[in-house]
Design a protein around this ligand. Structure first.
Ligand code: AKG
Ligand code: FE2
Length: 354
């Protein structure tokens, strides 16, 4: 069986006429089933917003450490803020990156289940230090959100499910999108074991990755276990299927393992910006309503994707130990950020195994 050797491109300019549109939807289906990742060409983003976000990102990481740690993620029960080098681990190994995670505006007040504390407003750098930072990043986040919504509707069409059913898993009221600025420094030549970001699948519904600069650091794993290079292509963010999308489509759409390898010695730090979309936190994993949505989607997937194996065990709700998407996300974050968990959710603390 052959397997992918490169990540395909979905060109949104093809939406402009009916025959190329049909072809685009077929290409999208193939990309979702075979790879789970694709470059988005001609995305509807303002021409300068990504370049401006890059400038703001560089300016943020260049701030004195004391300024960055004023926004320490440990201050935030929403897991929003600055995570210094070494604060995060994947596969029980430290990831060599620092990042700032921000979110679209949260609700005025938060009440109800504990996971709603994830909906905080985040910690933004002060306007006196970086006056353009907040407007630029909020614009990129809003435009990326609109792009992801368009892509989600196309995905429903490509795999033959009712778009409104899929959309019903997203909560207009308690929905937040997150944006993360990341810097991966060079590593010392002697530190052979260091990972910039270990192999993982995204737990979200999807992510959108903007690679900044020219370094080749992002890689995706194919079914043969080979690591395939995903080089930066200017003005083309990469859409990545997460486990939320894989589960909601009963395993039809593939959530690829991917990783970031350290920048080549002498090439300087590598920067990226990642926008994350999750299924609504309030979505119950075990309710009759969710079951109805998922079983309708399953029937449509089976009918419209003949010959493709659909895993019955990949449903969002199957075998799940949590009642809601929010609880599931909270537990995942609690594991990744022990400092935040120790301070805000000590009852969830799981010490890393040695
Ligand atoms: O920085 C990148 O290119 C990818 C980051 C990523 O995969 C993640 O944060 O989940
Ligand atoms: Fe990822």
């Amino acid at each position: 069986m052959s397997d992918f050797k490169f990540v395909p491109t979905i060109d949104l300019a093809m939406l402009d006429n009916p025959s190329s549109r049909t072809q685009l939807v077929q290409q999208l289906r193939q990309a979702l089933l075979d790879v789970g990742m694709f470059y988005v060409a001609n995305p509807p983003l303002s021409p300068t917003v990504v370049a401006e976000a890059k400038t703001q990102s560089e300016a943020f990481f260049a701030l004195p450490f004391a300024e960055k740690t004023k926004l320490d993620i440990a201050n935030s029960p929403s897991f929003l803020g600055y995570a210094m080098l070494g604060a995060e681990r994947t596969n029980n190994q430290v990831d060599w990156r620092e990042h700032l995670t921000l979110a679209s505006p949260g609700p005025e007040s938060i009440s109800g289940p504990v996971y709603r504390r994830l909906l905080g407003s985040g910690q933004w750098p002060s306007a006196s230090l970086l006056p353009r930072f907040t407007p630029v990043l909020q614009t990129l986040l809003a435009e990326s959100t609109a792009l992801v919504t368009t892509l989600r509707r196309l995905i429903a069409e490509a795999i033959g499910v009712d778009s409104d059913k899929l959309e019903s898993l997203f909560d207009a009221h308690h929905q937040q999108y997150r944006i993360r600025l990341i810097r991966y420094p060079e590593v010392a030549a002697s530190a052979e074991e260091t990972q910039s970001l270990g192999a993982h699948q995204d737990t979200s519904f999807n992510t959108l990755i903007f690679q900044i600069g020219a370094q080749h650091c992002l890689q995706a794993r194919n079914n043969h276990g080979e690591w395939v290079d995903c080089p930066p292509i200017p003005d083309q963010p990469i859409f990545v299927v997460g486990r939320g999308c894989q589960a909601a489509t009963h395993g039809l759409c593939r959530a690829p393992f991917h990783r970031v390898i350290p920048p080549a010695p002498g090439s300087g730090s590598r920067l990226s910006i990642v926008v994350t979309t999750g299924i609504g936190y309030d979505t119950p994993l075990k309710s009759p309503k969710t079951s109805e949505v998922l079983s309708t989607m399953r029937t449509q997937i089976v009918a419209n994707n003949p010959g493709h194996e659909v895993s019955l065990n990949e449903g969002l709700e199957e075998d799940d130990e949590f009642e809601t998407v929010g609880m599931k996300v909270l537990h995942k974050l609690a594991k990744s950020y022990p400092e935040v968990t120790r301070r805000w959710y000590p009852e969830l603390l799981v010490e890393p195994s040695h």
